[in-house]
Design a protein around this ligand. Structure first.
Ligand SMILES: Cc1cc2nc3c(=O)[nH]c(=O)nc-3n(C[C@H](O)[C@H](O)[C@H](O)COP(=O)(O)O)c2cc1C
Length: 215
């Protein structure tokens, strides 16, 4: 295997400032809809995104989470509020998201400030999830050491029989985060490494400027 020689020639789909929406959330939504509707492998999850966080020591940590909502305020994902990412977000609420849509030869990078969603938003999504996922979220002390797998499987079973068919309450340690963006970068792969990169930067007056960057 020769990793050095792995490379792809991208198609020549252009991205120019003149065709961008003024509002980057509208631009993101257009690209997201496109990534979702374009033909792709059935395992592909267009709403999977890399979330990078860091703590006060400067240690950075990145993992995949699923985008669950796009609104004019930002992008929402759900997780455990006692996880490692939650600890990092408490120490440093600034975070970064990356989407890679290989079938469209596109990348979107987003940076911003993260805060917890309100309880009603977290409740609504928690109750919309399959029952097994609700139980799993309660039973799993995310990011904590586990002696073995049996422990959480037994805990999930115990919870299932305790709740029967009653509504399962959302635990206070599980819920959403909203990332309010201050920077978006839209990247379109082009031939010969001359890719298009267009960056939106939020100004103090809340308007966005658009700048082209060298690839
Ligand atoms: C495709 C995919 C989707 C995932 N979605 C989520 C998610 O929405 N929320 C979440 O907490 N973890 C999700 N995970 C698991 C995280 O990547 C990670 O293992 C977990 O959140 C613990 O991270 P932490 O210890 O840095 O807090 C997902 C993983 C993959 C591969």
């Amino acid at each position: 295997m020769n990793i050095e020689n792995l490379r792809r020639q991208y198609a020549d789909e252009a991205l120019g400032a003149e065709e961008l929406h003024q509002d980057p959330i509208a631009q993101f939504t257009a690209w997201f809809d496109d990534a979702q509707s374009a033909e792709s492998a059935d395992w592909f999850e267009p709403n999977a995104m890399t979330l990078a966080t860091s703590d006060l020591s400067g240690q950075v940590s990145a993992r995949i989470v699923l985008l669950k909502n796009i609104s004019p305020s930002g992008l929402t994902f759900f997780t455990n509020y006692q996880s490692n990412k939650a600890r990092q977000l408490l120490e440093n609420p600034r975070a970064s998201l990356v989407f890679y849509w290989p079938h469209r030869e596109r990348q979107v990078r987003i940076e911003g400030q993260v805060s917890k969603t309100d309880a009603a938003t977290s409740d609504e999504y928690f109750h919309a999830r399959p029952r097994e996922s609700q139980l799993g979220a309660i039973a799993s002390p995310q990011s904590q050491p586990l002696a073995d797998r049996k422990t959480i499987e037994a805990e999930t079973k115990k919870l299932a029989s305790e709740y029967g068919d009653q509504e399962i309450p959302r635990p206070e340690y599980w819920g959403g985060y909203l990332l309010q963006p201050n920077r978006f970068e839209f990247w379109q792969g082009r031939p010969s490494r001359l890719h298009d990169r267009l960056v939106y930067t939020r100004q103090p007056d809340k308007n966005w400027t658009i700048t082209r960057l060298a690839p």
